[in-house]
Ligand binder design. Structure first.
Ligand SMILES: NC(=O)c1ccc[n+]([C@@H]2O[C@H](COP(=O)([O-])OP(=O)(O)OC[C@H]3O[C@@H](n4cnc5c(N)ncnc54)[C@H](O)[C@@H]3O)[C@@H](O)[C@H]2O)c1
Length: 414
């Protein structure tokens, strides 16, 4: 980890916190931060590295979405920056190692769009079971094909969920309310919700499910998770959904199973290769098949999800700036010490080395500073400690704390 210059520990009043929000962040987030008294500047588009280097001087909190890249050069131009909010799910656009070594906290919104994915999955399962896409396409082509053949209710069917995390488990609850019998397989030991039943292998799930839906994460081992072998173990005429990761499914094998009729329908939202920009051509083995719903990675794309992302990330930035809370931070050790307005709080990001806490407390003790509450957490190379004291700490003590060899960034919060 690169050592950084200890941060001067001057207190930052909320009214002096400067926030720069790029990429048209939802008004929810903007209003929330303004409502807390922060000075908020907004821009509609992303900024290039050079533009950001110019704009970031004096900024304490930066909000971006997926197209602004946070590089070492940007961070070098941002000595006042204390936190970055990624108003989206992914954080690949941020050099996380560089932010962490500078004691800059990063927040994102990992859960805000999970309900949207669940609702799309439910809509697609019923659409596939009733062959809605096919019937609607026929009608647009002027064909009146009134027939019950191949259309089914979902009530009483078995839904097999592979990956029982935030999305899989919510889907389980809603599907059960629709009359599904739910079974799931997860590599972790997950609590079964409602009447859902755990399968001990994916094979067991495939053999009993009328609908198989993937909700696994993107760990490297999941590339090629679902191929010809898995598909051939599914029940004849079962349906298949993937709204998780494109790389998890062999689309050529899926095409074969759809063409043979072994799989009766599929809904796919994510693809091994996806167009980079709006309007770029979309290529896939799955184009042009009957009873196959293809959507352009929009499982989580709803206005409600955007609104929730705005609120969620803005509230994390505020809690970090004002109270030092790192709850659900992407890169910082997690601490959420209740704040007490009668106390003064010191927030110190430090290198994770043996004896740091003893050194900090020894130094405070030597200066007669009594600790009222304290919480320490570590994560890899970095440690974070919040210390509440009864009276304001003098400049000399702050300078000594900031000058400790392990100190990365010291802030006085109240
Ligand atoms: N389509 C979209 O627009 C959209 C939106 C949001 C999330 N997603 C994707 O949906 C997926 C699920 O999201 P989440 O928030 O529920 O993630 P999560 O991390 O909460 O859950 C993933 C679950 O999958 C399990 N898992 C991983 N590999 C497995 C395997 N090989 N077999 C069985 N279980 C396995 C994990 O143990 C975990 O319980 C992620 O890949 C996410 O990126 C897609």
């Amino acid at each position: 980890m690169t050592p950084t210059t200890p941060f001067p520990a001057e207190r930052l009043e909320d009214s002096n916190v400067r926030v720069l929000l790029l990429e048209n962040i939802h008004p929810n987030g903007v209003e929330f931060l303004r409502g807390k008294g922060f000075q908020v500047e907004t821009r509609d588009s992303a900024l290039s590295e050079n533009e950001l280097i110019e704009a970031i001087a004096g900024v304490h909190l930066l909000g971006i979405r997926s197209t602004t890249y946070i590089t070492e050069k940007v961070l070098d131009a941002a000595p006042d920056l204390i936190a970055i909010g990624a108003f989206c799910i992914g954080t690949n656009q941020i050099d996380l190692a560089a932010t962490t070594s500078r004691g800059i906290a990063v927040f994102n919104a990992p859960y805000s769009n999970t309900r949207s994915v669940v609702e799309l999955a439910i809509a697609e399962i019923i659409s596939l079971a009733r062959r809605l896409h096919e019937k609607s396409t026929d009608m647009h082509a002027g064909i009146w094909n009134k027939s019950a053949a191949g259309s089914h209710e979902v009530r009483g069917r078995t839904l097999g969920i592979v990956g029982y995390g935030n999305i899989g488990s919510q889907l389980s609850v809603i599907a059960e309310a629709l009359g599904f019998k739910v079974v799931f397989f997860d590599i972790d030991d997950k609590l079964a919700l409602g009447n859902a039943q755990r399968c001990s292998t994916i094979e067991e799930l495939l053999q009993i499910s009328d609908v198989v839906t993937l909700h696994v994460d993107g760990r490297p081992g999941n590339a090629g998770l679902f191929g010809a072998d898995e598909m051939s173990q599914m029940k004849p005429r079962a349906m298949f959904l993937n709204l998780s990761r494109g790389i998890a499914v062999d689309t050529a094998a899926l095409r074969e199973h759809l063409e043979s009729g072994h799989i009766s329908g599929a809904a796919i939202d994510v693809f091994p290769v996806e167009p980079k920009r709006q309007g770029d051509p979309f290529e896939s083995d799955l184009r042009g098949l009957k009873n196959v719903i293809l959507t352009p990675h929009v499982g989580g794309s709803t206005e409600e999800a955007q609104q929730d992302i705005g609120r969620f990330v803005a509230s994390k930035l505020r809690a970090y700036a004002s109270f030092g809370s790192t709850s659900l931070s992407v890169n910082m050790p997690e601490i959420n010490l209740p704040s007490d307005s009668s106390k003064h709080r010191l927030a110190l990001v430090h290198r994770n080395a043996p004896g740091v806490l003893a050194t900090i407390n020894g130094l405070l003790g030597e200066h007669g500073v009594n600790i009222e509450a304290q919480s320490l957490s570590t994560r890899g190379d970095i440690g974070y400690v919040l210390t509440d004291v009864a009276a304001e700490v003098g400049t000399e003590v702050l300078q000594e704390l900031a000058a400790l060899p392990e100190s990365v960034r010291l802030r006085q919060l109240s």
